[in-house]
Design a protein around this ligand. Structure first.
Ligand code: ADP
Ligand code: MG
Length: 258
């Protein structure tokens, strides 16, 4: 395998709820190499989001070790974790999480403005470039309410990309989208992955997981399956096939009507 981007070992997470303890992760080992496109599957409550939050340095495990892109994460301070997140990670969520009444380009620019290192100059141009990259170069000044769900998720993906992350983490990114739009979003993830970004996508839909190169399944806080996919489906090809089918259907309808 290529250089690991993620190496976790013996990761456990226990949530305390008053008197009771919830064992969300019960000892997870996972290595993800640079350039992988990984799908994390599992039913609701199995621990997928807990795992993603730990991989994303948004939450700290109760036990276990974590090395992210060569950096030892466990034991780091909150501030150092925040810096690491800004430098290496991009996040995409099911609900898009865009600021309302704020244009697409402003939404995408935000992570650059929040960055404390001051390493970004010309943030507006970088945000516009990121939107161009996700096919929204003509929608810079649109507010979320003026965009479709799929377009809003593209804005969110541009926002995740704008800091040039090593790793993109997406928790149920197609959960609020219809099936065609979901496949379009998967085509975008596949394209970004081909450009070199490591991508981890949580989904409980097998149709979505078939676009990944590797699928792991989480059950009751543990990884119970881990397999690579020899020939993943191409989401771009599937979108094109849907267009052809729609065109043929329309042509058929027109012919019958004539
Ligand atoms: P999934 O994303 O697979 O649906 P989660 O990782 O969200 O699963 O949840 C795993 C388990 O941990 C569930 O039993 C859930 O109720 C519990 N859990 C998740 N987050 C918290 C929290 N902040 N406090 C207490 N329990 C939690
Ligand atoms: Mg979840």
């Amino acid at each position: 395998m290529s250089t690991p981007v993620i190496e976790i070992s013996g990761v456990k997470k226990v949530y305390r709820m008053g008197e009771t303890e919830v064992f969300a992760l019960r000892g997870v080992d996972l290595t993800v190499g640079a350039g992988e496109l990984l799908a994390v599957m599992g039913s609701s409550g199995s621990g997928k989001s807990t795992l993603m939050n730990i991989l994303g340095c948004l939450d700290i495990p109760t036990a276990g070790s974590y090395v992210l892109d060569g950096v030892r994460v466990d034991g780091m301070s909150r501030n150092d974790l925040a810096d690491l997140r800004n430098r290496k990670l991009g996040f995409v969520f099911q609900g898009f999480n865009l600021l309302p009444r704020t244009t697409a380009v402003e939404n995408v620019e935000l992570p650059l403005l929040y960055d404390r290192t001051g390493r970004w100059t010309n943030s507006r141009q970088l945000a516009a470039d990121a939107l161009e990259r996700v096919g929204l170069g003509a929608r810079l000044e649109h507010q979320p309410s003026e965009l479709s769900g799929g377009q809003q998720q593209r804005v969110a993906i541009a926002r995740a990309l704008v800091t040039q992350p090593t790793l993109l983490l997406a928790d149920e990114p197609t959960g609020n989208l219809d099936s065609r739009t979901s496949i379009e979003v998967m085509a975008l993830f596949q394209a970004l992955n081909e450009q070199g970004i490591t991508v981890i996508i949580v989904t409980h839909e097998p149709d979505i997981a078939q676009y990944a190169h590797r699928v792991i399944e989480v059950r009751d806080g543990q990884i119970i399956h881990d397999h690579s996919v020899a020939a993943p489906r191409s989401a771009a090809t599937d979108v094109m096939a849907m267009d052809v089918e729609a065109a043929e259907l329309t042509a058929g309808v027109t012919k019958e009507a004539a």
